[in-house]
Design a binder for this molecule. Structure first.
Ligand code: ADP
Ligand code: MG
Length: 537
């Protein structure tokens, strides 16, 4: 057979059900799309005016959303640039032909103070996820008759001239029977609040403006005071305690990213909440699941990131492989590390006071991200039982004279429970050893990581068999028992404990004649398997 070439034809009758079902996972986003289009139309008329291409009255540019339960309609009205009949045919009838892209292309050299949201040319059709019929009433800012476009979700449409005096567009959705939940005002209000809280044009619903068109992340940090950041935090998390500090992100090369990240106060019994950061694209809320965009340990932060460069309507695996997403990831990590370093250097005392919250986060970062460790080693702190703080370097210097084992490893003694291990802590102190506190859920992992990072350092729990080893080195030795007595006592206790992981140390912890200890490796092994069991791994 000879070679035959041709083009695959798409049967347009079939594309609506596909859009309806698969384009968006959630049908409530029809409102996000239609309001975004109204915002775009408004931004465009402002832009045209600022360029001297429109010299009429701009008028009140508020976007209005209204529900009519009886007529079963939802109407979205704007006073944007409107469309002529030709433009409706071009931008609406041609699916996936974006007027936003067209507009940006045309005015791409103009400085962008009024960013435009659309880019795929598909958003409008999301209306058919909830509507059986859609009407567009529109009047262009240019001299052209107002038109009405009508389509019931098939490929047939109707277009006719109408009377409309005001410039702009009304989108009227005739809500389908299976979507009547969207005729509830409360539902519409919730959706508007979710997606439109920070849209750049005022949105009115039930006579009230529902959004803050100029959220702080789009402002210059130099124009903002601490109060502004705290007030914005309260706007995002009305029930939250004041944040500890924040980072204002502002990148325009090689990708665009703005945002404010907050460090929340982390309680000791913290829940790893993954819904702290909200992702926006040009001030439109996209999601509060930033799992694939922000490194895991940074998901403990709160706040907002806004980037037009994160691909949104694509699959997870694509997102993970996306170059911009990777760059955003490492940029945020770097910024956070820089900020922590700066706080540490500028006011170490204040930094130490916040360590209970910061520490957990820093340790999480160290465990999960090598690059973060490289920066974090300069502000990572160990807190000892006297509430003194040391960087790893400082701590090594402090303890290495006394706390070394036979192989010249520096031993860092720690307690996981200062109350229960009190006798051992006292015993250690009596020998002039120092003990640090490592009692977070993450600490078993943290210790393992630190032993890999720090050279010739090992961590031993204060009630482990470590004191014995240090003492063996001959630095301290004050057993109150003789060899024979020791053997006897050991035999007695081993029988009682009936457990071969326990080891009897005939060395006094404080004033006790003997102490029961567990070999470090054994206990660690058991701790880890407990921890993994809890996490369901
Ligand atoms: P996108 O917004 O990605 O360009 P849409 O499918 O959402 O794609 O919209 C298609 C086009 O229809 C827009 O680019 C715009 O030119 C036009 N349009 C949609 N809604 C309006 C509106 N309210 N006012 C003016 N033009 C609009
Ligand atoms: Mg759009």
């Amino acid at each position: 057979m000879s070679t035959e070439k041709g083009s695959i034809s798409i049967n347009t009758e079939n594309i609506f059900p596909i859009i309806k079902k698969f384009l968006y996972s959630d049908n409530e986003i029809f409102l996000r799309e239609l309001v975004s289009n109204a915002v775009d139309a408004t931004q465009k008329i402002k832009k045209l005016a600022s360029m001297g291409k429109f010299d009429g009255e701009l008028g009140d540019l508020k976007i209005k959303v209204a529900v009519d339960k009886e007529a079963k309609t939802i109407t979205i009205s704007d006073r944007g640039l409107g469309m002529s009949a030709e433009e409706v045919k071009k931008y609406i009838n041609q699916i996936a032909f974006s007027g936003a892209k067209d507009f940006l292309e045309k005015y791409k050299d103009v400085d962008d103070k009024n960013p435009i949201i659309g880019q795929f040319g598909l958003g409008f059709y999301s209306a058919y996820m909830v509507a059986k019929e859609v009407e567009i009433h529109t009047k262009s800012y240019q001299d052209a008759p107002a038109v009405k476009w009508l389509c019931d979700g098939t490929t047939e449409y109707e277009i006719s001239d109408i009377e409309k005096t005001e410039r702009g567009t009304d989108i009227i959705l005739h809500v389908a029977e299976d979507s009547e939940e969207f005729l509830e005002e409360a539902r519409i209000e919730t959706i508007l609040n979710k997606y439109g809280k920070f849209l750049p044009v005022e949105i009115e619903f039930k006579e009230e403006v529902i959004n803050n068109p100029a959220p702080i992340w789009i402002k210059a940090p130099s124009d903002l005071k601490d109060e502004d950041y705290i007030a914005f935090y309260k706007e995002l998390y009305p029930a939250g305690e004041d944040p500890l500090f924040w980072i204002h992100l502002n990148v325009d090369y090689p990708f665009n990213l703005t945002g404010v990240l907050y460090f929340p106060k982390i309680k000791q019994d913290f829940q790893l909440s993954r819904e702290g950061i909200q992702l926006y694209s040009r001030q439109v809320f996209i999601t509060d699941n930033v799992k694939d965009i922000v490194p895991e340990f940074l998901q403990l932060l709160h706040g907002v990131i806004d980037s037009p460069d994160i691909p949104l309507n694509v699959s997870r695996s694509y997102l993970q492989a996306d170059g911009n997403v990777k760059k955003i990831n490492s940029h945020i990590t770097k910024k956070v590390a820089d900020k922590l370093g700066e706080l540490f250097n500028n006011d170490r005392k204040a930094f130490e006071e916040k360590w209970d919250s910061i520490g957990l986060f820093v340790k999480y970062g160290i465990i999960s991200d090598d690059k973060f460790y490289d920066r974090a080693q300069n502000f990572l702190l160990f807190k000892n039982t006297e509430n003194e703080y040391f960087t790893p370097e400082e701590y090594k210097t402090k303890v290495e004279a006394l706390q070394k084992d036979k192989d010249e490893n520096t031993i860092i003694l720690y307690t996981s429970d200062a109350e229960k291990q009190d006798a051992f802590i006292k015993g250690a102190k009596k020998r002039e050893f120092d003990v640090i506190v490592l009692n977070d859920v993450l600490d078993p992992h943290f210790i393992n990581t630190m032993e890999q990072k720090l050279e010739k350092v090992s961590f031993k729990r204060v009630d482990g068999d470590s004191l014995d080893k240090l003492v063996d080195k001959g630095l301290t030795s004050e057993s109150v028992l003789g060899e024979k007595e020791k053997e006897k006592v050991e035999g007695l206790f081993k029988e009682l404990a009936g457990n071969n992981v326990v080891q009897i140390e005939a060395l006094p912890a404080d004033d006790a004649p003997v102490s029961i200890v567990q070999p470090e490796f054994m206990r660690r092994y058991m701790d880890m398997s407990k921890l993994n069991g809890q996490a369901g791994m």
